[in-house]
Design a protein around this ligand. Structure first.
Ligand code: HEC
Ligand code: HEC
Length: 403
């Protein structure tokens, strides 16, 4: 399934050539611009968006799929920090069903917020590290459009386990009928067109507009308690302050989740294998019982220029931002953590970092290249674990300052 995804994603030209033969009219539905308002809950009100950001937002919340049931926001909702909004899914496999209801991917949706800060994937020869890209394995490299997020945004529309559109033409035809299409000309200086010679260009423009929304201050709000703390506008509680100290000290968290600077992103955009166990409830095992997620190494193996680095990167996944990790609609709501959603609370994540090598945790999904220097036996007390959790909860956007 992963290969199929990759193929669809990277060979855009082939898809277009193929789609010349596969587009059918009966998959079009004029009612596709109904936005589900509940998905927008959590979006900051009152932020003025530029026309391209507004166009991107409309596309992001539109159900451009076959059938017309799925928007980006269905897997990346503002109310939970732009990740998966369904507690019932998070608690189990944490993998979201695609528009056709039969097809699943095999990873947990990472946050679509703060993703646009990731640089184009590159190899840092001095450090011997890969940095950047989007997706858990970095395969939305950004090399083609100069933006990982823009390239990323074009993947889901055609992915059978996500929006499930058969081809670019189907996507463009749906967008043509939407109310917001009036914005197109304002943004791109010409009316929208589905003419063959415009397919590639206009499809790329869809991705660029979505990336512009994802890069907007509405998505990357920097409005957490921690941001206001950095600006000297609010104090951390005693426990949160201890958590910050442990985060930057004994816990070594900031070695990868960078916390310094005026607007820290809590990631360094590198990749690592923490020895995360399999999520036994991942639906992938139903149709592929031997599935192993090799992350970055799996992707590098598919590239002629990078395949020599594949072995040393097997099992490594993108260091995710920790912004909004604690953001949820209510206390009882469960979120899932790690690339496969195996952990169900921040406390469990922290306890794993603290005790991986000294308590009986399940085996790592990939044993090669596991990081044994920076985690596994941190020697944190229960109180320090709880303080780390309290600190991470200060990273949720939309903090309201008490007067
Ligand atoms: C069915 C659920 C689903 C839908 C619909 C979906 N995504 Fe995703 N998204 C995912 C999953 C799962 C991943 C991780 C995939 C991987 O790493 O292979 C992901 C990854 C991403 C990332 C990468 C973030 C990062 O830091 O690497 C961004 C950005 C993103 N999606 C935005 C979008 C946009 C924009 C759309 C609509 C065009 C969309 N998604 C539709 C599930 C979904
Ligand atoms: C060596 C780099 C590294 C260090 C050090 C590190 N992390 Fe991580 N962190 C990662 C990577 C890589 C992932 C994703 C792993 C995966 O999906 O298997 C991750 C995932 C997470 C997640 C899940 C986020 C999500 O959206 O699923 C949390 C929470 C987290 N880390 C918190 C911490 C805390 C707290 C510390 C310190 C105790 C810490 N990390 C130390 C690299 C690191």
């Amino acid at each position: 399934m992963k290969e199929k995804k990759l193929e669809l994603f990277v060979t855009g030209l082939l898809i277009i050539a193929f789609s010349l033969f596969s587009c059918t009219k009966d998959q079009l539905d004029p009612n596709n611009d109904k936005n589900d308002l509940s998905l927008k809950a959590g979006v900051l009100k009152g932020t003025a968006l530029t026309p391209i950001e507004q166009l991107g937002k409309s596309l992001y919340f539109d159900k451009i799929s076959v059938p017309n049931s799925m928007a980006c926001a269905d897997c990346h909702a503002p109310s939970v920090g732009f990740t998966g909004p369904m507690a019932g899914i998070n608690i189990h496999g944490a993998v979201y069903r695609g528009a056709d209801a039969q097809s699943f991917g095999d990873r947990k949706p990472p946050s679509a917020a703060y993703a646009t800060f990731s640089p184009i994937l590159y190899y840092d020869a001095t450090e011997g590290l890969f940095i950047g890209g989007n997706f858990w394995d970095g395969r939305a490299t950004g090399e083609r459009l100069g933006s990982p997020a823009a390239e990323q945004a074009l993947g889901p529309f055609l992915n059978p386990v996500e929006h499930n559109n058969p081809d670019v033409f189907t996507v463009l035809k749906k967008i043509e009928k939407a109310k917001y299409i009036d914005l197109w000309e304002e943004v791109w200086g010409e009316p929208f067109s589905t003419a063959v010679e415009k397919w590639m260009e206009n499809y790329d423009r869809v991705g660029l507009a979505i990336a512009a929304y994802e890069a907007s201050p509405e998505v990357n709000q920097f409005s957490s308690k921690f941001d206001y703390y950095l600006q000297g506008k609010v104090q951390l509680t005693g426990q949160e302050a201890v958590g910050l100290e442990v985060f930057n000290g004994k816990g070594m968290c900031n070695l990868c989740h960078i916390s310094e600077g005026e607007r820290p992103l809590f990631t360094d955009f590198t990749f690592d294998n923490l020895g995360t166990p399999k999520n036994q409830k991942n639906p992938v095992y139903k149709y592929n019982p031997g599935f192993i997620d090799y992350g970055l190494g799996g992707f590098l193996a598919t590239r002629d220029d990078y395949s020599a680095y594949a072995a040393e990167n097997m099992g490594k996944h993108k260091v995710p931002t920790l912004r909004n990790v604690g953001k949820k609609p209510g206390k009882g709501f469960t979120k899932a953590y790690m690339h496969n959603g195996v952990f169900k609370s921040l406390k469990e994540v922290v306890h794993f970092y603290n005790t991986r090598d000294v308590e009986p945790w399940p085996a790592p999904e990939v044993a090669e290249n596991m990081n044994t220097d920076e985690l596994g036996n941190l020697g944190l007390t229960e109180a320090e674990e709880n303080a780390l959790v309290a600190f991470m909860e200060t990273l949720s956007d939309g903090y309201v300052m008490k007067k």
